[in-house]
Structure formats: C-alpha cells, structure tokens
Design a protein around this ligand. Structure first.
Ligand SMILES: [Zn+2]
Length: 266
C-alpha cells in the first residue's frame, strides 16, 4: 500500500482536509491538524510496523494506521464518495486521498518528525522484520527474555514490528512452531526457522499485494491476492499444505488462531 501511494503522491501538495468524522484524528485537535496539514507537500511515504508515515515538507509527519477495516483510496474529486469516509485530503492534481474506515478503528495523527512533540507511536516497537538489523540472533535474544506465549507476543509488536493475526499464524505454521509455546523455550534452531518464516511470509504477502480476508483494498479499490495462498489462516478443516492433516482453530490470547496439529506440536 505504501509503495503504491508513494508512486502516486510524492510531490503532491495537500490543498484541503475534510473531517466528516473528526474523532479519527487522535492528535492534535482537528483545527490544528487541518492548519498544519493544508499547504504541505508530500515528500516521501514510508512505513513503520502497521503505520504509514507521510513525510511532509516542514517538520511534520502525517501518520495513518488503518485499524482493522480501514482503506486508503486515491480518487478523482468527481468520483462518487465511499460510504465510510472519515478523513479526506484534497490534492493539487484534483485527486483526493480518502480514508474510508467502516468500523472506525483507524487512527490519524500529525506530529513533529523529531518525536519531541509527543513520542512517535513506534517508539517502543521492535525492529522492522525485513531490515538487516532483524536477524536470527536479535530474535533469539528478544524471545529468551520473555515468558509470554509466542503468538500474543508476536502480535504486540515489541519483539518485531508489523505482524498481525494473519501473518503471525502463517509464520508460525511455516516455522512448524505451536502458537502457545512460551517464548523463552524456543531452541536456537526453532528461532532460526521462525525468523526465516516471518521474512518469507511477509515477502510473499507484499509480492501478492496484500491479503483481502475481509476488507483490505488497495488505493484503487482492488483486492489483494495473498488470501489465495494462505497456508492455515481461515482454512479450518482444510488440509495442511505440508502434511495433509486438517487445520484446526484455537483461541490464543483472545485471537482466533489457525494451525496444523501435526506440524506444530506443543
Ligand atoms: Zn501439517
């Protein structure tokens, strides 16, 4: 999503902001938000964990987390409006970046890039899984200090950034590790498998342009493609692609969790 938007939006100036649901803006207050955003140019778009970061000219960064169901659409201003637009940015080329968020779990923030104004939301987040600094030794050190169950720990972003429910299940299956293992019980070999699996799953999902399990759409409204290649997520009762055993679903840390009882032994 970020790569697409960067190709479309860098160099564009934001000429207006509509806030049909101002509570989606978590910081600063809506009036100040609009004041600081309007007139700014998008210099770059990056990503940290699940946050998209629009680097504006000047000192500020516009931060958007899509929540569970949010989508960012780039449309012409004459295109019909989607039903759940919460924040809308008008651009100087006649297009609009529309944040459509049916369940309102998303968040939009603007703060100084320095992080001095407020700690940036990723201050305590673990490393980026696809960066060089995230290696198997780093993962091993992080897990060795934790007694939490593996799956909830992967979801809380502190050990590694960016994994959500789908990709955590997929990575644990590929690594052949039970989601309820205690983090500090993983062997060096298992940690290496998990590290490789996290990278493989994310690289495949990005190459597949995302996973549309329920609501994900790209900036033009198209579905991703990775849902057709999931190994376990959402496949309860279907055959494990590795061993043919029926996939089961558990609840781990309050989240639906899909796994193969044969490949992922307790
Ligand atoms: Zn299996």
């Amino acid at each position: 999503m970020v790569r697409d938007l960067e190709g479309q939006m860098v160099g564009r100036r934001i000429t207006g902001v509509d806030l049909p649901f101002a509570a989606e803006v978590k910081y600063p207050d809506p009036l100040e938000f609009r004041d600081r955003v309007v007139g700014r140019t998008v210099n770059a778009i990056s990503r940290r964990g699940k946050y998209a970061a629009f680097q504006l000219d000047g000192a500020d960064v516009l931060i958007i987390h899509r929540g569970m169901t949010g989508s960012l659409f780039l449309r012409n201003s004459s295109d019909p409006q989607e039903a759940h637009i919460r924040v809308l940015f008008r651009l100087d080329d006649g297009r609009e970046l529309r944040f459509n968020d049916p369940r309102k779990f998303g968040s939009v923030l603007l703060m100084e890039r320095s992080g001095l104004e407020r700690p940036l939301p990723w201050l305590r987040m673990g490393p980026e899984p696809l960066d060089d600094e995230f290696d198997a030794a780093t993962l091993r050190r992080a897990l060795a200090r934790r007694t939490a169950l593996l799956k909830p720990l992967l979801l809380n972003q502190s050990v590694v950034a960016g994994l959500g429910n789908i990709y955590a299940d997929e990575a644990l299956h590929l690594a052949r590790i039970h989601p309820q293992r205690r983090a500090d019980t993983l062997s060096t070999h298992e940690t290496k498998r998990l590290h490789a699996a996290i990278r493989t799953v994310l690289a495949e999902a990005i190459a597949g342009r995302g996973t549309t399990f329920s609501s994900y759409r790209d900036y033009e409204g198209r579905e991703g493609d990775f849902q057709h290649r999931l190994r376990v997520f959402g496949r309860t009762g279907a055959a494990c692609p590795r061993c043919g055993t029926a996939i089961i679903k558990l609840v781990v840390g309050g989240r639906g969790t899909h796994m193969c009882p044969r490949c992922q032994k307790v």
